[in-house]
Design a binder for this molecule. Structure first.
Ligand code: SAM
Length: 245
């Protein structure tokens, strides 16, 4: 059944506007009487029927509400150094399917991709759309948050309070991510910081250790591409938390 992001929720009904309305009318060509699912990022989902199609809005009447247990209990975040090409898109799409709670694109020292001002805002908007689509496709009821492109100093403010940070660093040879998970508080969010193609500068790792209390971790003895490292780390964290596999 088709799923839509609710624009406005009222007693017994909801509205879809903008892109969601257009998708329903123009692409899927749903008609009054047909059933669909709506979600509003609260963790709930509504079975509903299309009642009325207007120029700017579709009104749906609610038939049933439910709270599917699809969201990961452990909130896992990725902080990833800006990478070139479609890698960020790929990580956002796959990370959303895997169950990440959010992603923060980082202006790392060796990031080849430089995004500033309007360009950065436009790209963030595009990444958010990818997250919404992937959330719908994977039947999630809460979309991951995609933070604006940020500097190191902004990470703390943009992650939930008490987030436990790990920094994936190939220079760390003894401390493995899975071993570190055993030392963390199982109910507090976890963020894994991943470097860009060229990796982190040593000073960045030192800064993260000091300012974010981030623990450097190894992902194994092979060097992974940034996007592989991001998804491998996310899979390990969510798998450890019992939310995958
Ligand atoms: N500069 C590195 C090199 O050429 O040796 C490669 C950096 S790697 C492509 C990009 C990022 O993925 C790293 O900054 C790190 O965060 C993560 N990464 C890749 N392999 C890793 C590993 N085995 N252990 C920990 N982190 C890893």
């Amino acid at each position: 059944m088709h799923r839509f992001r609710i624009t406005e929720l009222n007693e017994g009904a909801f509205q879809l506007r903008g892109q969601e309305r257009d998708h329903l009318v123009r692409v899927l060509r749903l008609r009054p009487g047909q059933e669909l699912l709506g979600f509003d990022n609260s963790g709930r989902e509504w079975l509903a029927r299309v009642e009325k199609i207007d120029e700017d809005c579709v009104t749906c009447s609610i038939l049933a509400v439910r709270e599917p247990q699809v969201e990961a209990r452990l909130q896992a975040y990725l902080v990833i150094g800006l990478t070139k090409g479609e890698k960020m898109e790929w990580v956002i799409q796959k990370g959303t399917e895997l169950g990440m709670a959010g992603l923060l694109p980082l202006r790392a020292g060796r990031s080849v991709l430089r995004l500033e001002g309007k360009k950065a805002a436009e790209r963030t908007e595009r990444w958010r759309k990818i997250a919404v689509e992937a959330a719908k496709q994977s039947r999630r009821v809460i979309e991951p948050t995609i933070a604006p492109v940020s500097h190191w100093q902004e990470i703390k403010r943009l992650l939930p309070e008490e987030t436990q940070c790990l920094i994936a660093y190939e220079g760390e040879t003894s401390r493995r991510l899975l071993a570190v998970m055993e030392e963390l508080d199982p109910v507090k969010p976890v963020a894994v910081i991943i470097g860009p193609e060229g990796g982190f500068e040593e000073a960045e790792v030192a800064w993260a250790e000091q300012s974010l209390k981030a623990l450097p971790v190894s992902l194994g003895s092979r060097i992974l591409r940034a996007e592989t490292a991001a998804l491998a780390a996310l899979t390990l964290v969510l798998g450890y938390g019992g939310d995958l596999g």
